[in-house]
Design a protein around this ligand. Structure first.
Ligand code: ADP
Length: 238
């Protein structure tokens, strides 16, 4: 059953048509890649799902409910921003606790949750460090923990592996896959890297010039590309 749906979504930035008649359906528990070249409209789609941008027309539906008028903070979404965007002057503990403090959760419950998340991301003992004192991989894990802290139903990630060196990237892809399966959370990540999408995602949504070209499993896209763009874009990676 579809958990996140976009129906006929259009979005302009002034005269620029950034999202053109977007139709997307994402099933619960799936890990989905939004894959396309730079400027093809991936981040705009992610930001509209999160409520960080409003579409000009069309519907965004989460769990069967139209959420166009629901504030992002009430959509049950965790967001991992490009380059993590951790708060530089806050410790790891305070970064992870941030979203819980916004919700006015009592400090003793926050402590319990942060400890649980530090275990999940394998960063026990790092809670007093600042982001500058962490490795790239640790920073990324802390950004995941911050996004996961309020127990979102949907995790959105903008280029989650882009700023990480190749060796750690492989390890983190596997880790992300396992974590998302374990938490049974619905996830969408943005990438321009075909190999990454094919290796990590259950399903891939291919974007080009503001449109969705095709969506399906990596195998479907590879075996049965519906447009020359998909054939070339996916075909080149294998
Ligand atoms: P991608 O994530 O695929 O690189 P984006 O969704 O970030 O693409 O951007 C798609 C297009 O929309 C780009 O040409 C970008 O310049 C434009 N765009 C995105 N956000 C804005 C904005 N806030 N104001 C003006 N133009 C924007």
């Amino acid at each position: 059953m579809a958990y996140v749906e976009l129906h006929n979504i259009n979005k302009h930035f002034k005269k620029f048509h950034a999202s053109k008649d977007i139709n997307i359906s994402i099933e619960k528990g799936k890990l989905v890649a939004l894959l396309g070249p730079s400027g093809s409209g991936k981040t705009t789609i992610l930001r509209m799902i999160a409520g960080l941008e409003q579409p000009d027309s069309g519907e965004i539906i989460i769990d069967g409910k139209v959420v166009n008028n629901v504030p992002g903070s009430e959509r049950g979404i965790g967001f991992v921003f490009q380059n993590y965007a951790l708060f530089r002057y806050m410790t790891v503990y305070d970064n992870i606790a941030f979203g819980l403090r916004v919700k006015k959760i009592p400090e003793d419950q926050i402590k319990e949750r942060v400890t649980e998340l530090l275990n999940l991301i394998n960063c026990q003992g790092l809670e007093k460090r600042f982001p500058s004192q962490l490795s790239g991989g640790q920073r990324q894990r802390v950004a995941f923990a911050r996004a996961l802290a309020p127990n979102p139903k949907i995790l959105l990630l903008d280029e989650p592996f882009a700023a990480i060196d190749a060796k750690v990237r492989l390890e983190l892809r596997t880790w992300l896959r396992e974590m998302i399966t374990k938490l049974n959370i619905t996830s969408v990540f943005v990438t321009h890297d075909q190999d990454e999408a094919i290796e990590v995602a259950d399903e891939i949504i291919v974007t080009n010039q503001g449109r969705v070209e095709q969506s399906g499993t990596p195998q479907e896209l590879y075996k049965n590309p519906l447009t020359p763009f998909v054939a070339q874009f996916i075909g080149n990676s294998v």
